[in-house]
Design a protein around this ligand. Structure first.
Ligand code: SAH
Length: 226
């Protein structure tokens, strides 16, 4: 894929230098992928002019936002990927975080509760050639038992605790990164599985994320269904 020379390449490079590198993320693989993935193709059309700005943006459904670029870089770095991992993302949203992960590990499974966002993300990822990403519609709080264990789990929505199935689906030595706290502010937690029942927990930074929620009720708004 050669996306270095699209019309937003300079803006994207500035985003990396000013918002990410300047704040202390120096992992060369993470910086390089953030310079490549065309973030403007993952946001709603009306938000394209803001795609490289230093803040999150609303997506096409309520309670769904593409995170601030710095936070995407920070969480990706926190997973400590080497390129060989199988990674689960909970909260596909736009598919942008999954695209970033895709270049840094072997395989990505990403779960989203809104069928509409799943379709949009799937189309974007396919058309851009991110072929090691599988988008699945469902309740990410349950993880994906059939593809477990995962060397990395990245949860891009918050809860007051880490869902137990996700902990169980972490490989030995695997890392889970997730915002944990109350709806106003959360700690970004990194949990490492060090044994069958042993986990090491670190608190990284303060963040604000949308909540992990149950599946939308398909019968509640028939006008929106296809
Ligand atoms: N990682 C995304 C942004 C995530 S926003 C990106 O790069 O764009 C959080 C996402 O989590 C939203 O799209 C929301 O619909 C989804 N979500 C919330 N609860 C969920 C659940 N239980 N299972 C799967 N996805 C969920």
């Amino acid at each position: 894929m050669n996306l270095f020379h699209d019309e937003y390449a300079a803006e994207r490079s500035r985003m990396v230098d000013e918002q990410i590198k300047a704040r202390g993320i120096l992992n060369p693989a993470v910086l390089s992928v953030m310079r490549e993935v065309p973030r403007h193709l993952f946001v709603p059309p009306e938000s394209i002019p803001e795609a490289y700005q230093d803040h999150p943006l609303s997506l096409e459904e309520p309670h769904a936002t593409i995170s601030q670029p710095y936070i995407v870089a920070y969480m990706t770095d926190a997973l400590q990927l080497t390129g060989t991992e199988c990674v689960l993302e909970v909260g596909t949203g736009s598919g942008y975080q999954a695209a970033v992960l895709s270049a840094l590990c072997r395989e990505v499974f990403t779960v989203e509760r809104y069928p509409s966002l799943c379709r949009l993300a799937e189309d974007r990822l396919r058309s851009l050639g991110y072929n090691n990403v599988t988008v699945i519609c469902g309740d990410g709080r349950l993880g994906l038992e059939q593809y477990a264990p995962f060397d990395g789990i990245l949860v891009t929505a918050m809860a007051d605790q880490i869902p137990e199935p996700l902990k169980r689906q972490l490989a030995l030595g695997g890392r889970l990164v997730m915002p944990v706290g109350n709806p106003g502010v959360q700690d970004l937690i990194r949990l490492k599985r060090t044994g069958q029942d042993q986990f090491q927990r670190e608190t990284l930074i303060s963040v604000v994320f949308v909540p992990l929620m149950p599946l939308p009720n398909p019968t509640s708004n028939p006008a929106e269904s296809e």
